[in-house]
Write a protein of this length. Structure first.
Length: 156
C-alpha cells in the first residue's frame, strides 16, 4: 500500500505522520510505503521542523532524512490513501486534483481515529514544544487505528 500524508508546508504534521506510520508499518512487516507532502511550497527541500524531528527521535523515530515537497495533481493517482492533516488542506487537495480529486481515498487523517468527525490536527508551527507533543500523540493514536484497519484487511 502507498500512503501520502499532507499538511500545509510539509515540515511539521505530515512528516511526523509519515515517520510514525512508516515505523509502525515496518514493525508489523506490512511493506507499506508512506510519504508526505505539503499543499504550499514554502519549505520545499527543507528537512522537517527541528521540533518535529526532536519529538519523533524521543519516540525512537528518525525523520531527519525527509525533505519537504509540494503536493501535485499526479499524487492523487499514485497513492492508495491520501490523508489531509486539516480541513483547509483537504480543500486544497480537492482543488488541485479537480475534477477527479473527490475519490474516497482522499480523506481527513483524524477521521481514522474518530469516524465521522471533521477534526483537524492542530498546526504546532507557531507554538512551543508542547504543541508538537500533542500532535505526536494524535498522530500516534491515529496511525495505530490505520494499522489496525488496513493491516487486518491485507491479512497481517
Amino acid at each position: 500500500m502507498r500512503i501520502l500524508m499532507v499538511c500545509l508546508g510539509n515540515i511539521c504534521r505530515s512528516p511526523i505522520a509519515e515517520g510514525v506510520l512508516q515505523h509502525k508499518s515496518d514493525l508489523k512487516g506490512l511493506g507499506w510505503v508512506v510519504e508526505s507532502a505539503g499543499t504550499e511550497s514554502y519549505h520545499v527541500g527543507e528537512p522537517p521542523h527541528k521540533l518535529s524531528q526532536k519529538i519523533c527521535l524521543e519516540n525512537g523515530i528518525d525523520i531527519s532524512h525527509q525533505r519537504a515537497r509540494k503536493f501535485t495533481k499526479a499524487d492523487a493517482g499514485h497513492y492508495d490513501l491520501i490523508y489531509a492533516m486539516a480541513d483547509d488542506v483537504l480543500h486544497e487537495i480537492h482543488r488541485t486534483t479537480a475534477p477527479n480529486g473527490s475519490g474516497g481515498h482522499i480523506r481527513l487523517f483524524l477521521e481514522e481515529l474518530n469516524p465521522g468527525m471533521k477534526e483537524s490536527v492542530p498546526d504546532p508551527y507557531y507554538g512551543g514544544e508542547d504543541g508538537y507533543h500533542h500532535v505526536f500523540d494524535l498522530v500516534n493514536r491515529t496511525c495505530d487505528a490505520i494499522i489496525y484497519r488496513y493491516g487486518h484487511q491485507i491479512g497481517k
